[in-house]
Structure formats: C-alpha cells, structure tokens
Design a protein. Structure first.
Length: 302
C-alpha cells in the first residue's frame, strides 16, 4: 500500500534536490517519519502520512514546475545606480542612501552586491525592529556569537566587531527605523568607520533630505553625499531586455504596467501570462496580458 505516494515523493526529491530535513520543515512530518515511510517501515498511521504527503506534493510540484522569471538584469539603470551607491559607501566608509519606488529592484541589487563582494553585512528591518535596541540586536546577531542585552552593550559589541574591518553594513527597509535607530546607525559609522547603506521607500528619502537645518536628522543628512532615488521608469531598451518579446504591443503594455504599478508587478503578470500561453500552445499576446492583468489586479485593462 501507499506505493503511489512513496514513488511520487521519491521522484519529487530527485527532481527538486530537497533533503528529508527540508521536507520535514515543509510538511510538518519529522525526518524519521519520512524516512520510515519511504522504507515501508513506519509503525504509525501510514494513511495519515500518505495523505499529508499527497497534499504537500499537489502544491510543491506545481511550484517546482512554475515558470521562473529572471529577476535580475545587471545593466538596468536602477541596478547600476544601486551598485554604485554600495561601492561608494564600501570604498570610502561613508553613509549612502538608496530610496524610491516599491518594486523597482532595490533589494535585488543590494543582494547582488552582498553576494558578489567580501565584507558585506546585510540586514532587513521591519515593523518589529524599528527601535535602536532592536536594530542593534539585528546587526549584532550578524556579527557576534554572543549577543548581550541592553542598548549600550549591544552598541559596544557591534562597534568592537566592526571597528577596523572596512566592512559595509546594508540596512534594507530602513524606512521602518525610528529617529533614535537612525542615530544609532550614524554612531556605528562614526565609531567603527564602516560604510553604511540605508535603503527604503520615498518616506525615508523625504524624511532625511527634507530635514531642516539643526534638526536631529540634519546630522545624518550632511553625512550622506550619494543619494540614489530609484523609480519605476524604464527605457525601451531596458524593457526589451527584461521581456524577451518581439511584439511591440506587448512590450508597450509591459512598459506602461512597469511604470504605473511596478517592475515587479509587470514581471509577475508576464510570467503568469507566459505560462498560460504555453499551456494553450500559443504565442503570448496583448489580449492575454490584458486578461491576466484584469484577472489578478482587477479593474480595467490598460
């Protein structure tokens, strides 16, 4: 019994290269249960395990076979601007700012810089790490083995770990940070002499750069020489490179969607519509793109 489920799971493991440990995390079954089930030696409720595996595979196989859109285009102007901003901060141990539209590729470019350069620490702030203590703890967990309690001790271990290293600290989603948290990041730059990249939305950009003279954020603003604003505005050449199509109507649609919504949104609509076209054994058309946008985003097609 349950040979169908065993065979399906083994085939999936071979295709996906997932380990039993990964499957355990995704299915909620322990690694030992999965191992025993695959060997037809599980002493418990095999029917329940088989049912769990079947439910898991129904979505896991679909996810595995879903078309993958290339999320990175190095020659994109936005990408080049972000990479330069990181390089400058890293080279000069300075503070730089990357901000702008959601879905315009900031985080993807930051991760590319992190993966392709030594001495880069990248952390992502969120609504729960807005305070100075919370963001210091987030950084400390990336650079220290033993993370103490208390803001002063956290600052000390971060400074001790980073001083003299010439590393680059990237803080993504920095628009979540409070004034005191931003001041703590400035202190790290001052005391450890490491580069810092603050990345966030237009709110961060406006708050820092519109800070009146003499106000707390003015101290941070005067340290930021490179201020990169990333927007969802793309050239014809960039759209052609991002979406390998010859149909000018489709390209125009995706260009407008990238600007009106975001590049991220356009990529997702393109991927879904391309999968639908492939399933129907037909070329991607403007009609299919419009139908996909209307189905998933609602409203009227553009």
């Amino acid at each position: 019994m349950f040979e169908k489920e065993r065979t399906a799971l083994l085939d999936f493991m071979e295709t996906s290269q997932k380990t039993q440990k990964q499957l355990s995390a995704e299915t909620g079954l322990s690694s030992s249960v999965i191992s025993q089930f695959l060997k037809d030696g599980y002493p418990g409720d095999n029917e329940q395990v088989a049912n769990t595996i079947s439910k898991y595979l129904s979505i896991a196989i679909a996810r595995l076979n879903a078309p993958r859109q290339n999320d990175f285009y190095k020659d994109l102007k936005n990408t080049q601007d972000v990479l330069f901003t990181c390089h400058y901060a890293h080279l000069d141990n300075d503070i730089t700012l990357v901000a702008g539209d959601t879905g315009a590729g900031k985080t993807t470019a930051l991760r590319f810089y992190e993966e392709n350069n030594a001495g880069v620490i990248m952390v992502t702030a969120n609504a729960c790490t807005s305070s100075a203590s919370a963001v210091l703890r987030l950084i400390a967990e990336s650079v220290c083995r033993n993370v103490p309690a208390g803001r002063e001790k956290l600052m000390k271990v971060v400074i001790d770990a980073l001083a003299g290293t010439n590393k680059l600290l990237i803080i993504d989603e920095a628009d979540h940070l409070s004034l005191k948290a931003l001041q703590a990041i400035r202190n790290i730059n001052d005391l450890a002499k490491v580069g810092v990249v603050l990345s966030g939305n237009r709110k961060l950009y406006n708050e820092i750069l519109s800070s009146p003279k003499g106000y707390p954020l003015d101290q941070l603003k005067t340290r930021i020489i490179v201020r990169t604003l990333v927007i969802n505005d793309y050239s014809v050449e960039e759209i052609k490179a991002l979406f390998p199509l010859s149909d000018t109507a489709c390209l125009a649609f995706l260009s407008k969607l990238s600007s009106d919504e975001s590049l991220r949104t356009a990529k997702k609509i393109f991927a879904i519509a391309s999968a639908a076209a492939k399933a129907k054994n037909q070329a991607l058309s403007i009609a299919l793109l419009k139908d996909t946008k209307k189905q998933f985003l609602g409203g009227f097609s553009i």
